[in-house]
Write a protein that binds this ligand. Sequence first.
Ligand SMILES: Cc1cc2nc3c(=O)[nH]c(=O)nc-3n(C[C@H](O)[C@H](O)[C@H](O)COP(=O)(O)OP(=O)(O)OC[C@H]3O[C@@H](n4cnc5c(N)ncnc54)[C@H](O)[C@@H]3O)c2cc1C
Length: 385
Amino acid sequence: MEKHTFHVSIIGGGIGGLTAASALQRQGIEVTVFERNPELREIGAGLTLWANGVQVLQQLGLTDALTAVSARLTHFECWSWRGKRLGSMRLDTIERRVGAPSLGIHRADLLRLLADAVDRGSIHLHAHCVGFRSEQGTIIAHFADGHELQTDLLVGADGLYSVIREQLLGKQPPRYSGYTCWRGVALFEEQHVSPGISSETWGRGRRFGMLPIGNGRVFWYATLNCPAGEQDRVGERKARLSRLFGGWRHPIGRLIETTDEEAILRNDLFDRRPVRHWGRGRVTLLGDAAHPPTPNLGQGACQALEDALVLAGCLADRREPVAALRAYEARRIRRSAAIIEQSALFGKIGQWEQPLLCSLRDGLTPLAFATFLPRLFVANVSIPS
Ligand SMILES: Cc1cc2nc3c(=O)[nH]c(=O)nc-3n(C[C@H](O)[C@H](O)[C@H](O)COP(=O)(O)OP(=O)(O)OC[C@H]3O[C@@H](n4cnc5c(N)ncnc54)[C@H](O)[C@@H]3O)c2cc1C
């Protein structure tokens, strides 16, 4: 069968878009990334890269760069707000099984590392895509400044509110989880946070998570059940968090105290219901544009990384690019859908408010850690072959 040369345009220079660009370039495929912002940037918070995400980055030759800016996670733990450890899972054992560690990393460090792995000339900033049309076997992408661009294949990696998705699948608001999330990064003395431990602490209708992300930094997040769109009063974010999590186990209060008020972010959490298909013709989606989960499993970015590797693998032989896009989608849809549903369920249970339900949950958690949870976790962090 004949080999084709083609050009791939990626809309969105986030974690998914940049990884896809790097993976495609490693296959010798011509790529351009279009990012609406004037610079490549990620918000100032941390991220867990579970072993499956790390494996993708290892395959892109980024192992050393990654090690230099991240913290290796050895355990994942669950605690009650009063300070009782409910369960612990050894990530270093799982690391040996799946062949890659799990890491805590600052988002900005990850994005920088990914940007460095892409040929700089192929990233266009200030390029806000507003839609596309198909024309005689090609795609014309439209930009907000009136500019148009012809391309062979178009990949929408433009996040939760993707314009490419909207055009493919129709306008649909994302699904509100019922809870909001604050995030912060604190410079923190090591002795107060056990090295290598990522933990989540549960209360009623609220949770607090923390993990090291390297170079003396701890990333933390806090969730609370509330209506979508609720705001904090200006300058009172930290005070509110201190009230909400007052009396919780050490070092939660200290972490909040140590973080600058202006550096605390707040976002309501959304996902989208899984879909049966997300591409058409010469256009496909990747990452949050295709399958955004709530962050309860810490898998959104990891799934975007997996998408990137599979997409590049499917396009590598350059024979039937349109069929390759459908093959990519077929390989990714089931797994990413399962992550969305599991993540929503974990979030729902974690956010329970009713005292009896919370006691039941906290009482059964040790059993879950001793039985099915590690198996489920290994399945989630193993890339299907
Ligand atoms: C609170 C929270 C915690 C999380 N924690 C984790 C975690 O621990 N581990 C994990 O794996 N995942 C986590 N995630 C999920 C993760 O952040 C996302 O899944 C991931 O960022 C998705 O990457 P993406 O590249 O698909 O989309 P995005 O990161 O949203 O990037 C999209 C890019 O496209 C650009 N763009 C958008 N529209 C246009 C346009 N029209 N034209 C041009 N450019 C455009 C944007 O500016 C952006 O740069 C978390 C998410 C949240 C909200």
